[in-house]
Write a new protein. Structure first.
Length: 420
């Protein structure tokens, strides 16, 4: 029997890991420019961290967590997202003693028991940042700028950045009253889940993907949270927009954008692609000024985002963008016979020390098949060693670009390779 990967998980095969690494490398470079340092937190945490952090009534906490009891009876959960763990680490390790904002980034797998479909998996990878310790709207704009920069670096321009403010708890209280008022008489039209959400988590109804619920909001007559912002939240949002303009970042206001976590306050945003179908958000983020306090620290404002690597790569595919990662082999060594194999090992060592990517095979194959393999690896240069070459203490050096080849003596090999 051949085992299969568990439903909702997938292998990232060698053909794809090059792209994957390129995305990660680019992210590290951009985040470094913005002053973020990497943090690595555990893949599992106590379940309570997520129920407190993300919110007890959210879909993630009620339906999507991989929770298990360990051998000592503790309830643990595979992290469904990165922000809660980063804030736990920030508090536990006294990172608040560093100058604010403390800028952290992370890269790693997240786990959600969702219904798998294109762009939605039960294990997915996120690249995210958290900037902790400032409520300045310029930081919101800088955080958005940072991810736009990364997308530009990857060759993706022109994705839509959707922006909204969901205000503070006070703004939201008033808004929820208005939203419930609007929904009066329409409750029968809501899906079963949203009927329950009315009391527990009414904002999420705005974001339900069921046609029945979507149709209630499609004429955009529902009250907009932006109209319920208190003076402070309104000024904050106006400044975020002003700074984004200053940074020449295009955005669309989506007054019905709410996100699936209770920790958000004020700014929320998503970067979406219209070519991805239902799972169209590549990046999601926002400000969460109450989370640090919720998790036991002092009231500390923060803002961040996360991008899903799988969804990013899917969208690059749909946009026909090729990531310029290098799979090329510099030198392929083809050899005939055991003595020539020994020589090829010696030469490999010297060339690798000099920084070349060198490949050889470990089976007896004809020269013709070895050259075919060299072609498959896109090798720039091929070294050929047979009996004659061994006797003459030379190798044949072939330039695969123009097909020319010549005999080179062992001591001159490195120099000649450099010259090609
Ligand atoms: P999120 O929107 O839940 O936000 O996830 C961020 C990104 O992860 C999404 O935009 C999407 O690209 C990817 N993603 C989420 N779920 C899946 C899935 N099941 N399969 C594939 N990709 C997925 C957060 O997690 C917040 N912690 C972001 C944040 C950081 N907010 C502030 N700081």
């Amino acid at each position: 029997m051949i085992y299969k990967a568990v439903r909702g998980t997938k292998d990232i095969l060698p053909d794809e890991t090059g792209k994957w690494q390129y995305v990660i490398k680019s992210a590290r470079e951009i985040f470094d420019k913005y002053g973020y340092s990497e943090i690595i937190t555990p893949i599992f945490e106590s379940t309570e961290l997520f129920t407190r952090g993300i919110g007890e009534t959210t879909d993630i906490v009620t339906k999507e967590m991989y929770t298990f009891i360990d051998k000592k009876g503790r309830s643990l959960t595979l992290r469904p997202e990165g922000t809660s763990g980063v804030i736990r680490a920030y508090l536990e390790n006294g990172l608040y003693n560093k100058p604010s904002p403390v800028k952290l980034y992370y890269i790693g797998p997240m786990f959600r028991y969702e219904r798998p479909q294109s762009g939605r998996y039960r294990e997915h990878w996120q690249i995210g940042v958290e900037a902790i310790g400032s409520d300045n709207p310029a930081l919101d704009a800088e955080v958005i700028n940072c991810i736009i920069d990364l997308l530009k670096r990857l060759g993706v321009g022109g994705l839509a950045t959707q922006l909204n403010s969901i205000g503070c708890l006070e703004c939201r209280k008033k808004y929820i009253v208005a939203l419930k008022g609007f929904l009066e008489g329409k409750i029968d039209g809501l899906c079963e889940v949203c009927k329950e959400r009315i009391e527990k988590n009414p904002l999420r109804i705005l974001d339900c993907k069921e046609e029945s619920c979507k149709s209630i909001f499609k004429d955009k007559k529902a009250p907009k949270i932006l109209e319920f912002l208190c003076e402070q939240c309104k000024v904050h949002f106006d400044l975020v927009k002003e700074y984004l303009k200053l940074l020449q970042i295009k955005y669309e206001i989506n007054p019905y954008l709410v996100r699936g976590f209770d920790y958000y306050t004020k700014t929320v945003f998503e970067i979406v692609s219209d070519r991805l179908g239902a799972q169209n958000a590549i990046v999601g983020g926002g400000r969460y000024n109450n989370l640090v306090e919720e998790l036991g620290g002092k009231l500390t404002p923060a803002v961040g985002f996360a991008m899903g690597i799988e969804r990013l790569l899917l969208s690059l595919d749909t946009l026909g963008i090729n990531i310029p990662y290098d799979k090329k082999v510099d030198v392929f060594i083809a050899y005939l016979g055991d003595e020539a194999l020994k020589k090829s090992l010696e030469i490999s060592l010297i060339l690798r020390e000099a920084g070349y990517k060198v490949l050889t095979i470990f089976e007896n194959k004809s020269l013709k098949s070895q050259l075919k393999i060299a072609d498959q690896y896109n090798a720039d240069k091929v070294i050929i060693i047979g009996d004659n070459e061994l006797k003459q203490k030379t190798v044949i050096l072939r330039n695969m670009k123009d097909g020319t080849q010549r005999n080179v003596e062992f001591p001159n090999l490195l120099k000649e390779i450099k010259n090609i």
